[in-house]
Design a binder for this molecule. Structure first.
Ligand SMILES: [Zn+2]
Ligand SMILES: [Zn+2]
Length: 120
C-alpha cells in the first residue's frame, strides 16, 4: 500500500484519539486509520513502520519464524496492545471535490407545452 502526502499539512490537530474529523489547519476531512503487519508464515504481529510511504515491518525478518513475507492488516479498533505494533495513517478525503460531485442539480422546469397539453 502506498500513501501520498499531497499537502504540507500534517493534520497534527487530528489526534489519534478521534476517529475522523475536519483538520482545522487545512479543512480536509481526515480519517485516522491504523494498520499493522503480520507475518505471512506464522501470523505473528510485527512492529510496523511507514518507510517511503509504504507500510512495512520495522524488521526485515519475523522474530518468530524468520520469514520475510508479511501482510498489512487494517485495525478497526486500536487497543493498548496493538498500539505498540500499529502505525497511524491519516487519510485525507478532499471534501471539496466530494461536495461538487454529490451536488444535486435541479432540472430546469420544462415548458408547459411539453407537459402533454394538446390544443385541438
Ligand atoms: Zn491538515
Ligand atoms: Zn513468522
Amino acid at each position: 500500500m502506498f500513501f501520498k502526502n499531497n499537502t504540507d499539512c500534517t493534520h497534527s490537530r487530528i489526534t489519534p484519539e478521534i476517529e475522523s474529523g475536519y483538520c482545522p489547519d487545512c479543512g480536509k476531512f481526515i480519517q485516522n486509520k491504523w494498520y499493522l503487519t503480520r507475518c505471512s508464515c506464522c501470523n505473528v504481529k510485527r512492529k510496523t513502520v511507514i518507510k517511503q510511504g509504504k507500510i512495512q515491518p520495522a524488521e526485515k525478518f519475523c522474530h518468530n519464524c524468520g520469514a520475510k513475507e508479511f501482510f498489512v492488516q487494517p485495525v478497526r479498533a486500536i487497543d493498548f496492545i496493538d498500539i505498540n505494533y500499529a502505525v497511524l495513517v491519516k487519510e485525507e478525503s478532499a471534501n471539496n471535490s466530494e461536495a461538487t460531485s454529490q451536488y444535486w442539480v435541479e432540472r430546469e422546469p420544462e415548458p408547459l407545452k411539453l407537459l402533454g397539453f394538446r390544443t385541438a
